[in-house]
Design a protein around this ligand. Sequence first.
Ligand SMILES: Cc1cc2nc3c(=O)[nH]c(=O)nc-3n(C[C@H](O)[C@H](O)[C@H](O)COP(=O)(O)OP(=O)(O)OC[C@H]3O[C@@H](n4cnc5c(N)ncnc54)[C@H](O)[C@@H]3O)c2cc1C
Length: 529
Amino acid sequence: GGDAAALERGMAVVAGLASKGALTGGEEDGAVDAIVTMDPGIALLAKYYADSDPLKFARHAARNAKMAQARVGTSVTALGDAPPADAPLDAVVIGGGLAGLSAALTLLDRGGRVAILEKMGHLGGNSAWASSGVNAVDFDNNPTNDSIEAFTADVLKGAQTGANPLVAVLTEGATDSLKWLRERLSEHLKLNLVGQMGGHSHPRTHRPTEGLAGSGMIFALEKQLNKYLAEKHPRLIMMKWTRATKIVMKSDGSGVEGVAWQKVKGGSESGLLQTNNVVIATGGFASDYSDDSLLRKHRPDVLGYATTNTKGTTGDGHKMLMEVGAKMLDLEDVQVHPTGFVNPADPENMVKTLCAEILRGEGGLLVNRWGKRFVNELGTRDHVTGEMLKNDKESLRFAIVLNKAQAERAFTHMGLYQKKGLIQKKETVEELHKWEFWDRSVSVKTLTASFKEYDQQAKKGADPYGKKFFHNTPVSGAGPYYVGVVTPVIHYCMGGVAISPGGDVLREDGSAIPGLFAAGGGIGGLHGK
Ligand SMILES: Cc1cc2nc3c(=O)[nH]c(=O)nc-3n(C[C@H](O)[C@H](O)[C@H](O)COP(=O)(O)OP(=O)(O)OC[C@H]3O[C@@H](n4cnc5c(N)ncnc54)[C@H](O)[C@@H]3O)c2cc1C
């Protein structure tokens, strides 16, 4: 409130001075940059100087921006001057997902000059496909008395890794990260719904009221970055369809010299971006079926599965980092998710849409080709996948069946899945029986009996597979039913590059490689098994 008003006043003062020609181009740009970063220090300056001595305010603000920029990196371009095209950058961010874009926006907000390399034609990566939300303890709205201790205990239980300094970075840092997302992206993002997901002892998964979490965050980030691109002398270079191919180290190995890149579409140019700081934010390798795939090397047994990950998730960051001596952790720990949708229009496609947990969370049933349940749908991902393999290894195709109440509870997801043709509506059990998915031995009676049996177990609060929570029953009785075909899919690479709690990439001996940082899905040592 107060700060924003002071900053607005400061901006008006700068605009007034500039229009009278009282500021040089450099001073004007510097002061504007300082104000748009919304730094509380600049707000303070504005409060005390903007009205009493506007010129002094503008000059102090410009000087402050220069200092902030100098703190970001060693190779600072003079503010207000158009940077020469070959000037070294303060940082190169490789990967345009949530990790990369957040890092880039933060660097820009602090006055840095940054390039983002994204090998696809659009930003977002897997982040744009994430739909459940962001996990964080929100102390501003905490009706269940959630705590960092409870979050930490949940993470440690899930990861089974034992004490680990990265866990605290995640569980403690997430509160500030959520705050940053809400405040910095407030123009286009309202993260104001919260839900309780599997593995969490409190509701702490935050998502927007409208749309899905990941695409909402990427959209809002891109909007803010576009503002930087639209500046008179942009400090941001955005290179899409451009693959980073190599991290170039100084000849004495003391640090980073730059990043080699190659256009993958719209030309065949290649080049080198000079910088002393590189942020690797290329995600995992769960979509890499190539000859030099890390999956092929570390988990050849999962290569037959399709993946929920975007085509760009091919471990490029890992491979580049291994070339410069970075340490990798747990590359064999690859998570297979039990429910990827088989699209009836394109059943063999190796990239599949994730059938989100929420469908089973709201009570959706998993049923085999013979019309029978076979597993606790709310078991861990590993457990459900294991039971699928035992039950029907041959086809590895299963039905997910929801009744009306369950479908309504998951309405955002269901709408999207229906639009994509992944979920079909069957008005009655008779219509459901005509679905081509079932084995020929299945009759209306088989399906009715399965659903009735489930309803009886729900009444007792226990089933033979160990399910304890039975939401939105009964399933038998009147339709409609909502159904889709699911199969196990590669979903997440738990392993990745070893980093310090500050994000420095580590060598085998545990020392940091100066100027190399990693963030997001490509890091290892946090997720456990
Ligand atoms: C379907 C799905 C649902 C998910 N749901 C959730 C959820 O609800 N909550 C949650 O917390 N997590 C979820 N996850 C996991 C989450 O999406 C990832 O952990 C997160 O997106 C990782 O972010 P990132 O920025 O590191 O990687 P990404 O978002 O994958 O971004 C990496 C980017 O780097 C680019 N890239 C790769 N190599 C190069 C190169 N050589 N040069 C240039 N660019 C390159 C890629 O094209 C990509 O755009 C989900 C994952 C999937 C697949």
